[in-house]
Design a binder for this molecule. Structure first.
Ligand SMILES: C[S@@+](CC[C@H](N)C(=O)[O-])C[C@H]1O[C@@H](n2cnc3c(N)ncnc32)[C@H](O)[C@@H]1O
Length: 203
């Protein structure tokens, strides 16, 4: 039987009730550092799956990326839309990430923050496969990855070895940096890592 959190209603209720302990209010400093070092080159694009209320989207747009963001909670997408400065290059989709139409090999970056850990671990092979397929060759999956307990999620933490094993056939690890506890909401403090994975050039 599918879990409650696989359905948009689970998240919708929490956004409406203001019960969103996963949210970081503002742009995570680790992302600010990344964007300062990696402004977009012409044509660069980023996909943000499970974008929630979209705290980071305008930072990507300001760094020059054309942004596509997806979430299946209508309230979250409305909040993300309300945050967007006029004219920002942001396409917001209220849709299921697993089934919505997105261009294969269409993105320079895919950004992660508390999306994968919101999914049951049994879905990780599918979500990582889809993310890898959406990246351009040499594109990167970057962001804040939750390494913590797996029981009684969401959030479901993955451990380092498991992640490496899952991703090894798809993406190469290129950066692993600890995120200071002060830069995470209490729910994730001490358990977030800034990670970058690169899709190899097609053989
Ligand atoms: C823990 S929240 C994280 C939101 C945001 N990334 C953040 O850091 O604040 C997980 C988000 O994923 C969304 N989500 C979960 N499953 C989804 C799916 N299959 N398709 C689209 N969005 C999904 C939920 O609606 C929710 O907004």
């Amino acid at each position: 039987m599918p879990s409650a959190y696989a359905a948009p209603e689970f998240w919708e209720e929490r956004y409406r009730a203001g019960q969103t302990p996963w949210e970081f209010s503002g742009v995570p400093p680790a992302l600010t550092r990344f964007l300062a070092a990696n402004p977009a080159a012409p044509g660069d694009t980023v996909l943000v799956p499970g974008c929630g209320s979209g705290q980071e989207l305008s930072a990507f747009a300001a760094a020059g990326y054309a942004v596509t963001a997806v979430d299946f909670s209508a309230t979250a997408v409305e909040r993300a839309r309300a945050r967007m400065p006029a004219g920002a290059a942001v396409r917001l989709l209220c849709a299921d990430f697993f089934t919505c139409a997105l261009p294969r090999a269409g993105f320079s970056l895919v950004y992660e923050r508390t999306f994968v850990c919101a999914l049951a671990p049994v879905r990780w092979p599918v979500v990582t496969g889809r993310i890898a397929a959406l990246l351009r060759p040499e594109g990167r999956w970057v962001g804040l990855f939750y390494e913590g307990p797996k029981e009684e999620g969401p959030p479901f933490g993955w451990d380092r070895g498991e992640a490496e094993h899952l991703l090894r056939p798809l993406l190469a690890p290129v950066v692993t940096l600890p995120v200071p506890s002060a830069e995470s909401p209490a729910l994730f403090a001490g358990h977030e890592w800034w990670r970058e994975w690169r899709r190899p050039t097609a053989p």
